[in-house]
Design a protein around this ligand. Structure first.
Ligand code: CTP
Length: 216
């Protein structure tokens, strides 16, 4: 099977030396890519800037901004059977990018931001993806309700939901604890474990659920 995986943060430039980004380390997406490769799948890993090395044997496409990530996904999505969107894509970017380094002057500065492309939300209707679609949801409250809503709104087959209000899991951590949200309100809670171990469980679940249903 061929999988597309997005990972890491995006960087949205303010001027030639500054950007808006987030704390995503890319570890969950890279662990998923490694686990999928280990399981014998072909992997296209579309990654924002991270400080970790890509797993051996995966095809790495490096991107910087949400727009770059959208374009890379557009190029590769429909050659894949499964797409896992684990990237922490910036939701907003500066409306104007200064051509030169901005000099400080006034005491206050307001940056005007505009929405970025919703890559996961575009996969179905805009990009015509008909494979198995997995999104991530990082929430600080009402985890399952928000994740089930995201599953429906974005046409996903699975949402990997994690509660980012808990210290030591999720963003920029070595471990994660997630609940899988599936159509029909089904949920599967997975225990806290390393991102590498969790990635193997997720790839096994996704492989099983995305396999064509053969009637007896
Ligand atoms: N995502 C994406 N493109 C974006 C933003 C998010 O592909 N511009 C993907 C992430 O990779 C992740 C999921 O969408 O799989 C996270 O969604 P999130 O941004 O939390 O969803 P929304 O419901 O749009 O956001 P909010 O919780 O802010 O309502």
């Amino acid at each position: 099977m061929r999988l597309l995986i997005t990972a890491g943060p995006t960087r949205e430039p303010i001027d030639p030396v500054r950007f808006i980004s987030n704390r995503s380390s890319g570890r969950m997406g890279y662990a998923l890519a490694a686990a999928a490769h280990e399981a014998g799948h072909e992997v296209i890993l579309i990654s924002g800037p991270v400080a970790i090395s890509p797993p051996a044997g995966v095809r790495l496409v490096q991107v910087e901004t949400a727009r770059d990530m959208f374009e890379a996904v557009q190029t590769h999505l429909n050659s894949c059977e499964v797409a896992i969107f684990s990237a922490a894509v910036a939701d907003y970017r500066p409306l104007d990018i200064a051509g030169q380094k901005m000099k400080k002057s006034a005491e206050r500065l307001t940056l005007e931001l505009e929405r970025t492309e919703d890559i996961l939300g575009s996969a179905r209707a805009k990009l015509g993806f008909s494979g198995f679609l997995v999104g991530f949801a990082a929430e600080t409250e009402n985890l399952i309700t928000h994740a089930q809503d995201k599953l429906q709104r974005k046409g996903c087959d699975m949402i990997v939901a994690n509660d980012v209000s808990q210290a030591g899991i999720g963003f920029d951590s070595a471990e994660n604890e997630v609940t899988l949200c599936l159509p029909g309100g089904r949920t599967i809670a997975l225990p806290k474990q390393s991102k590498a171990a969790l990635a193997r469980v997720l790839i096994a679940q996704i492989t099983q659920l995305s396999a064509p249903q053969v009637s007896p």
